[in-house]
Design a protein around this ligand. Structure first.
Ligand code: 26V
Length: 810
């Protein structure tokens, strides 16, 4: 093996060997798979860093207008395969690894996922970075370098166990620590007012250190930056203790600072009273603001034109304290008067809402803000006063209107409503699907929409076709390349041209062969992770997402049990074999969600081991759902379950990934399902159940789940079987509470109301699946209709309509 070649002129194979020797520190012929992963990563890293320097230089010299995307979460997954593809190094690296008798897929799987997010919101941010880089949009993502990301899930005797996710334990080849970029972030204390000037006398300070991840664009040399902040104790902390040899006390003091970036908050913990979470939010916002202001002042003599050069986007309300922080910087540190600062702020910020669920809307107790950020609280009060004065002129005398609008919820313990701060501080507010954006202006933001109708808009979500088709599904990608050319990677609307192939039997056959191969791969994965053998000839029915009552995994379970009972009652009927596949994490303190996981497991045990059933029905729960597991599941799915109660799922993005990989959707009229239906046509999607207005009306009229229980014998049999312990004979009462919450407890998400329609629609699914060519034709129609769900389209719209930034490449 040649290890002496200089890295810049050498072939990828030679560079991998050189990196093994020089960077990883191992003899090339003794390299382990993880050594090879690191060396291959170094190959990509060297080129990424060149691209980063060049992109930064261009943007600086052009004084480019930039978007700053503030997000508490970035669910990046693995980096290697994506980076190699963007750099056109996939083939070279594969050849290099072949010399070590390894394939790229196995080597890439050595890398741990960067799981710095909970779910949809965090993964969307990662898809957006990919699109920003690919469109050549001058952009910075800012977030937190959590030492521990999303917990790892293990299933033990059917129950979820959580393990810490120490993704950094062996270091990561993908980050660039920026030793020179460190900013102080202050907390606590009090505010002195001297001659009309506010001076924040903070009580504590922590340093924020920058770590960059370079995000490569595809089909361009442009890259984007994800800058993550790590909390570090300031140098001077408790030197006294250190000097006197009291290392334990010194370490303790250090930890108190550094715990700010220690761990990702799970989205179960109601924001209420979580001081550390508030500190995390302010920590990364304050560091990011200082960084963007420094960059601005490096290029411009003044902050007067800040709004012309930077658009700051709030990914949900988590960074909303940024509005108060920018006001503080402008007024207290740069001598702006209030009105001028406020006008600048309003031109700079925009905000995306990602959920209507009342329990997920952030509010912070006034007392906590007073304690942690006293100056920001003053600023929020002033913003509120000026805002309510303005609103009062709009509807004179209407005190109720003002109470509803106020940034402060005065009922009970006074709290700051972060969504209201975000709306008041932004020039544009958007939802993430047409339905969701519509609901925003008719529900939680209706009073704001009365004041400022032009402020509200829609930006339907999208997903990156590079990861979710090109990388995850090489089989289908190859067929698309042969059929359409390669341009679909950068222009997903090219998929529309597949409609020309709908009657092309040879094409349909190839499509079916690819789907089957992906199912074989998924079946292998299921066997290794769950021990259950499933048949790739059965219909793969997939529901993968966070476990939550509103997403109604339990409705899916009710259907599985109905089917099981029907098979037992009529074993010789021509059953269409099905494998029902679940995956997803339950928040660790979410009792009902954890109980649903265990129920899936218990029912699976019964069904999978019942010799009367065989391949007619299997039920599996794939553990530790995350980006990389999703990359295996999506291509192997036949049926995509998107069955939330209408009006509850803001958009969904798994629905897009599954349809893009040729699954048909069974879903409610909710979130982006509606737009998927519009794209693929009513005949190519299975929509069932109550629509949003019907859900609302039923709630008003009074919903009686007991009625459904009493009048639908099949439903009653299912609920009785679960409630009486048929699937938990060792503990017959295990699921009593879960069933009672449906029948007697109000069934908040209306599972029983939609049950009959759901089961009937599953019958239509079977009927179509028993005609494989028709099924595949419809699956192809789904792929053909997914063009608009590229995150390139979404980011193009944000850039044009909200950020007013010209993409460089398009
Ligand atoms: C809330 C909280 C509360 C406090 C602790 C940490 C935490 C973290 C996240 C959240 C809210 C998550 C909201 C979310 O993920 N929404 C999803 O956003 C997707 C992208 O827009 C969308 O497709 C999903 O429908 C929506 O549920």
């Amino acid at each position: 093996m040649n290890v002496s070649a200089t890295p810049s002129t050498a072939s990828p194979a030679e560079q991998i060997n050189a990196h093994l020797l020089h960077t990883v520190g191992v003899a090339p012929d003794r390299a382990s798979p993880s050594d090879l992963m690191l060396a291959t990563a170094q190959l990509a890293r060297a080129q990424l860093s060149k691209r980063w320097v060049a992109t930064q230089e261009t943007e600086r010299s052009q004084k480019a207008r930039r978007v700053v995307y503030l997000s508490m979460e970035f669910l990046m997954g693995r980096t290697l395969s994506n980076a190699l593809a963007a750099l056109n190094l996939t083939e070279g690296a594969a050849k290099g690894l072949a010399q070590h008798a390894q394939n790229l897929e196995d080597i890439a799987s050595q890398e741990p996922d960067a799981a710095l997010g909970n779910g949809g919101l965090g993964r969307l941010a990662a898809c957006f970075l990919d699109s920003m880089a690919t469109l050549g949009l001058p952009s910075f993502g800012y977030g937190i370098r959590y030492e521990y990301g999303m917990f790892a899930q293990e299933i033990q005797q059917g129950s979820q166990m959580e393990h810490p996710d120490s993704w950094l334990k062996d270091g990561t080849p993908w980050e660039f620590p920026r030793a020179d970029l460190t900013y102080p972030v202050r907390f606590g204390g009090w505010v002195a007012h001297v001659n009309d000037k506010a001076v924040w006398k903070h009580a504590g300070e922590v340093a924020a250190k920058a770590y960059d991840m370079v995000v490569p664009g595809h089909g361009t040399d442009k890259v984007s930056t994800l800058r993550l902040w790590k909390a570090v104790a300031p140098e001077h902390i408790d030197l006294g203790a250190f000097n006197t040899g009291d290392y334990a006390r010194a370490a303790c003091a250090k930890n108190e600072y550094e715990n700010i970036s220690w761990v990702l908050y799970p989205n179960d913990s109601t924001p209420a009273g979580r001081e550390l979470r508030l500190k995390q939010e302010y920590f990364f916002v304050a560091a990011s603001m200082q960084d963007l202001i420094k960059r601005h002042l490096d290029e411009h003599p003044t902050l007067n034109n800040l709004a012309e050069h930077v658009a700051i986007h709030l990914n949900d309300t988590h960074p909303a304290i940024g509005v108060a922080e920018l006001m503080r910087i402008l007024c207290d540190e740069h001598a702006f008067d209030w009105d001028r600062a406020w006008a600048l702020c309003g031109k700079t910020f925009s905000y995306t809402n990602h959920t209507l669920m009342p329990e997920a809307l952030e509010t912070w107790p006034v007392s906590l803000l007073q304690h942690v950020l006293p100056r920001h609280l003053e600023i929020i009060f002033r913003i509120n006063k000026e805002f309510l004065d303005h609103a009062a002129r709009f509807r004179p005398g209407d005190q109720e209107f003002l109470k509803r609008l106020s940034l402060i919820d005065e009922v009970g313990e006074r709290r700051v409503r972060m969504a209201h701060l975000s709306v008041v501080g932004s020039h544009q507010v958007n939802g993430v699907s047409a339905l969701h954006s519509e609901l925003l202006v008719h529900t939680i933001f209706s009073d704001f929409a009365a004041l400022w109708p032009e402020r509200f808009t829609n930006m339907t979500n999208g997903v990156t076709p590079r990861r979710w088709l090109a990388q995850a599904n090489p089989g289908l990608s190859g067929l698309l390349d042969d059929t359409l050319g390669k341009a679909w990677r950068l222009d997903l609307t090219q998929l529309k041209r597949l409609e020309d192939r709908l009657d092309d039997a040879a094409f349909i056959e190839k499509f079916m062969v690819i789907k089957r191969a992906n199912k074989v791969r998924l079946a292998h994965y299921i066997a290794t992770t769950t021990g259950v053998q499933v048949s790739p000839d059965s219909l793969f029915d997939v529901q993968v997402k966070r476990i939550h009552e509103y997403k109604r995994q339990l409705l899916n379970v009710l259907h599985v049990v109905s089917r099981y009972q029907a098979i037992l009652a009529n074993p010789n009927a021509p059953w269409v074999p099905r494998t029902v596949i679940f995956a997803g994490k339950a928040a660790s303190s979410y009792v009902a969600a954890k109980s649903i996981i265990r129920l899936i497991h218990d029912i699976g045990q019964t069904i999978n081991n019942d010799p009367r059933v065989g391949d007619k029905l299997k039920l599996v729960f794939i553990p530790n759902y995350g980006v990389s597991v999703a990359e295996i599941i999506m291509p192997g799915a036949d049926l995509s379950e998107q069955i939330s109660t209408a009006g509850t799922e803001a958009s969904g993005t798994g629905n897009m990934k599954l349809a893009l990989n040729g699954a048909l959707t069974i879903g409610t009229d909710d979130g982006a399902n509606i737009e998927i239906r519009q794209q693929v046509g009513d005949e190519n999607i299975f929509i069932f159940g109550l629509k949003t207005p019907e859900v609302r009306q039923l709630r008003v009229e009074g919903y009686h789940p007991l009625h459904h229980y009493q009048n639908n014998p099949a439903l009653k049999a299912v609920l009785d079987a679960i409630g009486e312990g048929q699937f938990s004979p060792d503990e017959p009462e295990r699921y009593r509470a879960l069933v009672n919450s449906l029948v007697w407890g109000g069934d908040h998400y209306m599972l029983l109301a939609d049950y009959a329609s759901y089961v009937a629609t599953q019958g239509q699914v079977d009927a179509l699946y028993s005609q494989p060519a028709s099924w595949s034709q419809r699956a192809i129609r789904n792929v053909a209709g997914m063009g608009v769900f590229s995150s390139d389209r979404t980011i193009g719209e944000y850039a044009r309509d909200i950020w007013h930034i010209q993409p460089d490449n398009h």
